[in-house]
Each structure stands twice: as C-alpha cells, then as structure tokens.
Design a protein around this ligand. Structure first.
Ligand code: KIV
Ligand code: NA
Length: 272
C-alpha cells in the first residue's frame, strides 16, 4: 500500500505512475484491493446492479451507500475510500446534499465523495470543499441520467458534447474537485480533457491518455453476467464460487462431509 490522501491524489504526477481505481462494496473485497495496493476504492452506486439485484443504479439509497462504505472503511486503512452520492441525494437541495455528504465522512468513514456532475453540481462542489468534504467529479457517461438519455452508450461522440464535457471539467476543477472520473468517452476526447486540467483524470472506458484507470470490481473478478466492452476480466470468481458450493453439496449428499476432524464426540453419560 502507498497510503494516498486526497492531497496526494490531487498533486499526483501520473506520467510514469498511473493511479489505480476500483469499486468495492464489502469488507473482504476491500481488504483484497488494499492488499493488492489499489490507490482509490469507490463505493459506487453500481452496488445496485452488481450486488443488490437492481437493473439500474437509481433505487440505491443513502442508507445503503452508508452501510457499504462503512464495511469498506472498517476493512482498510491505507486506500483512499470515496463514497458515491446516490440518485436524488444531491443536485436538488444543496443543504441536504451537504448534510448527506457529511454523513458519508462522519458516519461511514469515507475520505471523499463522488457525484455525477453537471451544471447543477458546480456550486455544490465549491460548498462541499469549503466544508472540508473532498469531491471527485464524474463526467461522460452518467448512469443516473438513464431516463433522460435513454441508454448507457459512449458519450462525447461529437464536438458539441466533447466541448460541453470539457467546460464542465474545467468548472469542477475551478470549484475545487480534487480529481475527475471520465466514463465511456473516446480516448482522444479524454486526452484533451486531461491536458486541459491540472487535477488527475481517472478513466473508465476512456482510453490510455488519462492519469489513472478504473474498473468495476465485479467486471475485473468475473462475477455476474455482463461485462462492458471497455472492461477486462482478470479472474473467474463466479465459477470458483459455484465450484465451492457444488463441492459442499456433493460431499453432504455422499456423506463425505462432515468428516472425523469436523466434529467431536463428548463422553457424556447416557448420551452415546
Ligand atoms: O458506481 C460506480 O461504480 C461508478 C463507476 C463509473 C466507477 O460510478
Ligand atoms: Na456511480
């Protein structure tokens, strides 16, 4: 581990040392990320799809993010842990947003929050930072807007949209964001945005010309049934889980489990 703080990330020189960023939602997975030296752990609202069985991130609640963030922060002490602000917990009422973001820090132990960013989060970012709550901005594909946009496809596919994202990126840096997550945009657009900013850019499906690379942990581990085209699977944990569970079932059914060393007989009078 390299124990990064928000200040370390903000001033990180990524040219020869790209940052690593993964999601985690529970203690054992967070411990594995930290043991592997991952710099940044996001407790994403992707927990809705990946862990809670929803088909979008929209139903995820503040209480759910608090609970999963608590599990992750209790299992780590070196990685930077960021809590994701769920749908409708910010953007509408800034006072409520600041209070909720504060709970992510005070109650769940996160060091920073992330919000899906737009014109409505510029002033909010400034107020959060003034209150001591570090902010990661998130531009490009914003899955919480799926009902507005209609799909989860690549963003910044024309000059107008690329320009809009670039301007929002600059505005959030100006407002005090310590880093920017860029999701599912062309690599050349990400390159321009990275070059226009002094804060680090983390790309998820945004190509190599950024300060760091991020992925969703279930895509990396091979848990679940759908992997986006930009992700890479590094393990097959789903089949390992199935193997383990099948092993148990088989051995119970054929009488191999429990074996002698899994139980004791106590010499109690009348209980032979
Ligand atoms: O919730 C999430 O996992 C995200 C990803 C884009 C990292 O926001
Ligand atoms: Na998210």
């Amino acid at each position: 581990g390299n124990m990064p703080t928000v200040a370390d990330i903000r001033s990180h020189d990524a040219d020869d040392d790209p940052l690593t960023f993964l999601t985690a939602y529970d203690a054992p997975t967070a411990a594995a990320l930290e043991a592997a030296g991952i710099d940044i752990i996001l407790v994403g609202d992707s927990v809705g799809n990946t862990m809670l069985g929803y088909d979008s991130t929209l139903p995820v609640t503040v209480e759910e993010i608090l609970s999963h963030t608590g599990a992750v922060t209790r299992a780590t002490d070196e990685s930077l842990v960021i809590a994701d602000m769920p749908f409708m917990s910010y953007g509408a009422d800034p006072d409520e947003a600041i209070e909720t973001a504060g709970r992510m820090i005070k109650e769940a132990g996160a060091q920073a929050i992330k919000h899906e960013s737009g014109p409505h989060t510029i002033e909010l970012t400034e107020r959060l930072v003034q209150n001591g709550i570090p902010v990661m901005a998130h531009l490009g594909l914003n899955p919480q807007s799926v009902n507005e946009t209609g799909d989860l496809t690549r963003r910044a596919t024309d000059a107008e949209e690329a320009e809009e994202i670039l301007e929002l990126a600059k505005a959030h840096e100006e407002a005090g964001a310590f880093a920017l997550l860029l999701e599912h945009i062309p690599a050349n657009v990400a390159k321009h945005i990275d070059e226009a900013l002094s804060i680090p850019t983390i790309g998820i499906g945004a190509g190599p010309h950024v300060s760091g690379q991020g992925l969703i942990i279930t895509d990396v581990l091979g848990v679940g049934d759908w992997v986006p085209p930009f992700a890479k699977q590094y393990a097959d944990v789903q089949s390992e889980m199935e193997k383990g569970v099948e092993g148990f079932r088989e051995e119970v059914q054929n009488g191999e489990f429990p074996a002698n060393d899994h139980y004791v007989e106590e010499p109690i009078d009348g209980w032979d």
